[in-house]
Design a protein around this ligand. Structure first.
Ligand SMILES: Cc1ncc(C[n+]2csc(CCOP(=O)(O)OP(=O)(O)O)c2C)c(N)n1
Ligand SMILES: [Mg+2]
Length: 584
């Protein structure tokens, strides 16, 4: 993909240098493609990687490289590599690295660094080398570990550790900061960087759940008359979708999900409640509020899920937590009545074996109540008039119903319309969205990485007019590789969700309303990407179907109603049973 291999024969150093050791580790860890933006202090590794037939995907910005790597890592469930140069390259990589940290995405972030002799260290000066920045300190709060080998002979262990720590336990990014001289230094004796599978796999699968705690939870499930499951991303990270499905169906327990957990349980399943919280479904919120048992699997119950009054979350329920991260249990915002620290899949397997063969629960009354809420609080929109975003998302979901799809969003109102209306089911219809960091600009480069990682899937990228412009430069990567990404631009000429927040609080939306936008079709055309523009509901199907049918990238520019808000919404001071605007 670099094209470089055709122009020169890359050198395989003999004896090897530090860069060769890094490239060997790529091969050992099955890394077929690295996601990069180039620069001098990382150049030795390009050559070493090409020599080993590791493909190089070159983004147009370090955020592009970082997010493309994150997409591949989320889809494959294993660490991927983003690699950038020192100084500005490293500072530009901060956003996707933070995203990976907060959303538990395994990533090996490799940054070039100036030579050890040029590093500032403890000197009372701002900078010593050219493009020097203290990347280790900068990345410390947003990575699981930061590793800076100072000699070539330390590189093998360093890179091996980076892959291992990134995937172990609760996954996340690890920084590998590589000084230029260390990359070029020739090794006097060969060193080994064979993967140490045993220990890594042990850590990945997490702690063994406590049997007595599982007994207590199984007993509580047997006696529950109004149970609800809350499935978080921990279910996906533990690859426990099948166990979740089994338990929910066996006990007929309705399932709500967190935003990042969406797809852990098929959202079209009759037991699915979609998701709850800030922009979730009122009926999911009501089910949790009225439940007598809330089973939280792999979710940290952040403020967006519970609202600003955690004491009033699920007030009448026993709250059960199954959680790999001990810190989340120790520092929970919400009371937990029964907890299990351990791997979610193993815990669910333990619960299933304890409940199998037990008499079927009679939850008819509970299901009837929930069905009533479903009907009363079904998400609707005004038909006719200006084009609404919801029917666009529904149509895209319908048109791709029989395809493998990766659904990507930016951050804003459109993200929530997609989460509410697009049918999701991991791994055939996953959602890739920026949860904890909530970063605009996540969209296009993530779609690029998803399409590279899953060339046969339809990649639908729903993106707001604001979010698209944050990393719009990645259209060049789409065009260069003719990646068949389908961009659905939900253009309300508004930084919608912030504008809504401003209007609700201050009756005005300075800097967010009525934004001037470029002609997105013309932008697409400049990159050779065909496009359609729609402004009416009856144009939706044809435009989307045509874009999906195109053999290559396509863009659908949707001029949507600028006044459409995300509604209902859980606002500060509200509880899950009374989202705005239903309270009145
Ligand atoms: C990098 C970054 N900067 C600022 C924000 C704050 N923010 C959140 S959503 C949003 C508006 C998004 O606008 P758009 O992409 O058009 O989506 P819409 O809400 O209109 O659907 C802003 C400014 C953010 N989340 N990320
Ligand atoms: Mg917008």
């Amino acid at each position: 993909m670099s094209g470089a291999a055709a122009r020169y024969t890359p050198r395989v150093a003999d004896p090897p240098n530090g860069a060769d050791v890094v490239a060997d580790a790529f091969v050992h860890h099955g890394i077929e493609r690295i996601h990069v933006f180039p620069g001098g202090t990382i150049a030795p590794i390009f050559e070493a990687a090409i020599a080993r037939n590791v493909e190089i995907f070159t983004a147009r910005h370090e955020q592009g490289a970082g997010y493309a790597a994150l997409a591949a890592a989320r889809l494959r469930g294993r660490p991927e590599v983003a690699m950038v140069t020192s100084g500005p390259g490293a500072t530009n990589l901060v956003t996707p690295v933070a995203d990976a940290y907060f959303d538990s995405t395994p990533l090996v972030a490799i940054t070039g660094q100036v030579a050890t002799s040029d590093m500032r260290g403890a000197m009372p000066i701002r900078q010593r080398g050219f493009q020097e920045v203290d990347t280790v300190s900068m990345m410390r709060p947003i990575t699981k570990e930061q590793i800076l080998p100072r000699r070539a002979e330390d590189v093998a262990q360093a890179v091996e550790r980076a892959f291992r720590i990134s995937a172990a336990g609760k996954p996340g990014p690890v920084l590998l900061d590589l000084p230029m001289n260390v990359q070029r230094e020739v090794l006097s004796a060969p060193t080994s960087c064979e993967p140490q599978h045993g220990s890594a796999e042990q850590e990945i699968s997490g702690a063994e759940p406590d049997a007595a705690e599982l007994d207590a939870i199984a007993a509580r499930i047997r006696s529950a008359s109004r149970p609800v499951i809350v499935a978080g991303q921990g279910v996906l990270l533990a690859r426990a979708q099948q166990e979740l499905r089994r338990l929910a169906i066996m006990r007929q327990i309705p399932v709500s999900q967190s935003l990042l957990g969406l797809g852990a349980f098929p959202t079209a399943h009759p037991l699915a409640l979609g998701y709850h919280g800030h922009t979730g479904n009122q009926y999911a919120g009501l089910a949790i509020h009225e439940a007598d048992l809330v089973l939280v699997f792999g979710s940290r119950l952040d403020v967006r899920q519970t609202g600003s009054l955690p004491d009033r979350f699920a007030p009448g329920a026993t709250i059960v937590r199954i959680e790999l991260d001990e810190g989340e249990l120790a520092c929970s915002r919400v009371r937990s009545d029964l907890t299990v620290h351990g791997d979610v899949r193993r815990a669910l397997t333990g619960l299933i074996s304890r409940l199998e063969g037990c008499p079927q629960p009679d939850l008819c009354a509970w299901h009837t109540r929930i069905d009533g809420w479903r009907k009363r609080f079904r998400l609707t929109w005004d038909a006719g008039g200006a084009l609404k975003p919801q029917p666009i998302v529904c149509a895209a979901s319908r048109l791709t119903a029989r395809q493998e799809v990766v659904c990507v969003t930016g951050v804003g109102s459109h993200q929530h319309w997609v989460a509410r209306h697009f049918e999701l089911d991991f791994p055939t219809r996953p959602l890739l969205t920026s949860g904890g960091h909530g970063a605009m600009g996540y969209d296009l480069p993530t779609a690029v990485g998803a399409q590279l990682a899953r060339p046969t899937s339809t990649v639908l990228c729903f993106v707001g007019d604001g979010s698209l412009q944050i990393n719009i430069q990645e259209l060049a990567a789409v065009a260069e590789h003719q990646l068949p990404v389908k961009l659905v631009v939900l253009d309300n000429h508004r930084l919608g969700i912030v504008s809504q927040f401003q209007l609700q609080n201050w009756d005005d939306d300075p800097t967010c309303g009525q934004k001037w936008n470029p002609d997105f079709l013309a932008i697409g055309a400049a990159y050779g990407i065909p496009g359609w523009r729609i402004a009416h509901e009856d144009e939706i199907e044809d435009a989307l179907a045509a874009a999906i049918a195109v053999d290559g990238p396509a863009l659908v520019h949707c001029l949507i109603d600028p006044h459409e808000d995300v509604s209902p919404m859980l606002l500060a001071g509200q509880t899950l049973d009374g989202m705005w605007p239903y309270r009145s």
